[in-house]
Design a protein around this ligand. Structure first.
Ligand code: GLN
Length: 456
């Protein structure tokens, strides 16, 4: 059924870079046989899942939507892929994205653009635009994305699906091709909160191959689902007494009034459901975008140094000496957005500018984290928009990159502070969905899921 749907939708939506039909069908048959003879009981047995193309899949091309990795076929699976396979999921394809996850529209992909299935004149958001479009277009039930500064939550909002960025360290980054290592997290995209939570239970948990992955148990939402089985009202009752803070700074300035109204209406719904909703001042909001872009680009410039034409990926033809080979390989292999960020990152790390920019950004990061910590002394959840506008029209963002960067205002600080956050639909402006974002304190992913499930 998923492949039929892809046949119908892909020529217009183009959510996928690679569709691995034969391999997936063989895997599905193997799982099906196991289910039939009772030897197979994995919790996702036979469920088709799509995976963002920056997550390594053994034997299946993993391109990061970049020419430099166009022909790269990883010899190993990422931790999350091992987990999905153990659970019986069938990986049916790799989804389009902004090149190396740098962007907010999926338009920086070297493999062509993805269109928003809700309105194909608009972008699906990014960088996990392919994963969110695939779910929104009913080509797959759920998908994995990655979120460095909003790349799961913002395209989920633009496409009208649910997506979650878990607490930093909850899901192993082993096998995720790095953009900014201290901010990157893999997370689920689904049709609803419960599907996201089910996927997150499977992909979370300890992994010694990622030193920032916390020891301890996988996330477990079974208590919540027990309540669900009793009745959805029992889950909604979980809102009673929940303290929800609404940062006043998030509702002034550049926000589209229709987005503001839809998100504030969601706040009223939570209040009606028994939550204690209060406006407060978060502070530090003017430093979130600058701190994020300095830190993310600095780490990207270091992480992307490995793509040098030697170890893997594209290598230029006919270079003179070694340095000429490096230069030509990188000049030809990387797209413009990636080059811009490598330049910016190298600049802020260079002697003379390091203190003025990079260290300053780290200090701002610390203060942003403290601002959230203070808020979470008072609140269980912070309620925010996922993005200041609905999905822009195709082609309008690349000509105004500053506007595109500024549109990350509500998502980037969550990564700087390592917090869990979920985006889910809360309304509509014209043909386009609006996303509500619920943010929790570190390692309180369960409260985020509870609040989201209750709202939904
Ligand atoms: N839009 C942000 C950026 O371009 C976030 C991307 C992401 O989360 N990968 O950096």
């Amino acid at each position: 059924a998923c492949f039929d749907r892809m046949d119908a939708m892909e020529s217009e939506v183009h959510a996928f870079i690679t569709i691995d039909r034969e391999r997936a069908m063989a895997e599905a048959r193997r799982v099906q046989k196991g289910i039939m003879d009772g030897t197979y009981t994995g919790p996702l047995a036979g469920v088709p899942v799509a995976v963002k193309d920056n997550i390594c899949t053994k034997g299946v091309a993993t391109t990061c939507a970049s020419r430099i990795l166009e022909n790269y076929v990883p010899p190993y699976d990422a931790h999350v892929i091992e987990r999905l396979k153990e659970a019986g999921a069938v990986i049916i394809g790799k989804t389009n994205m902004d090149e190396f996850a740098m962007g907010s529209t999926t338009e920086t992909s070297a493999m062509g653009i993805t269109r928003n299935p809700r309105n194909t004149d608009h972008v699906p958001g990014g960088s996990s635009g392919g994963s969110c479009a695939a779910v929104a277009a009913n080509e797959v039930f759920a998908a994995l994305g990655s979120d460095t500064g909003g790349s799961i939550r913002q395209p989920s909002a633009y496409c009208g699906v649910a997506g979650m960025k878990p607490t930093y360290g909850t899901v192993s980054r082993y096998g995720l091709i790095a953009y900014a290592s201290s901010l990157d997290q893999i997370g689920p995209v689904g049709k609803n909160v419960a599907d996201c939570a089910a996927l997150l239970e499977i992909i979370s948990g300890p992994d010694r191959r990622d030193s920032t992955c916390v020891a301890g148990e996988s996330l477990d939402f079974s208590g919540l689902w027990e309540e669900y089985k009793i009745s959805p009202e029992a889950v909604a009752a979980g809102l009673r007494g929940m303290r929800v803070g609404v940062p006043e700074e998030y509702f002034t300035g550049g926000i589209d009034p229709q987005i503001r109204d839809a998100v504030l209406k969601a706040a009223d719904t939570m209040k009606a459901g028994g939550a204690i909703v209060e406006t407060f001042s978060l502070g530090m909001t003017q430093y979130m975008i600058p701190a994020y872009y300095i830190i993310a680009c600095a780490q990207a410039s270091s992480n992307l140094a490995r793509f040098d034409g030697v170890k893997y990926g594209y290598r230029t033809e006919g270079a003179g000496d070694l340095h000429d080979m490096y230069k030509k390989t990188r000049a030809q292999g990387f797209g413009w957005e990636v080059k811009k960020r490598i330049l910016l990152g190298s600049f802020v790390l260079s002697s003379g500018y390091y203190d003025a920019y990079y260290i300053k950004a780290l200090k701002a990061n610390r203060l942003i984290k403290e601002a959230f910590d203070r808020a979470f002394e008072k609140y269980d959840l912070i309620l925010a928009p996922a993005a200041p506008s609905a999905a822009p029209k195709l082609g309008t963002s690349l000509t105004d990159p500053l506007k595109m960067y500024l549109s990350d205002i509500y998502t980037v600080a969550v990564n700087l502070a390592g917090l869990p956050a979920m985006s889910m639909p809360c309304g509509q402006t014209g043909s386009l969905p609006v996303g509500l974002q619920l943010i929790g304190q570190r390692f309180k992913d369960d409260i985020v899921v509870r609040g989201a499930a209750a709202y939904e």
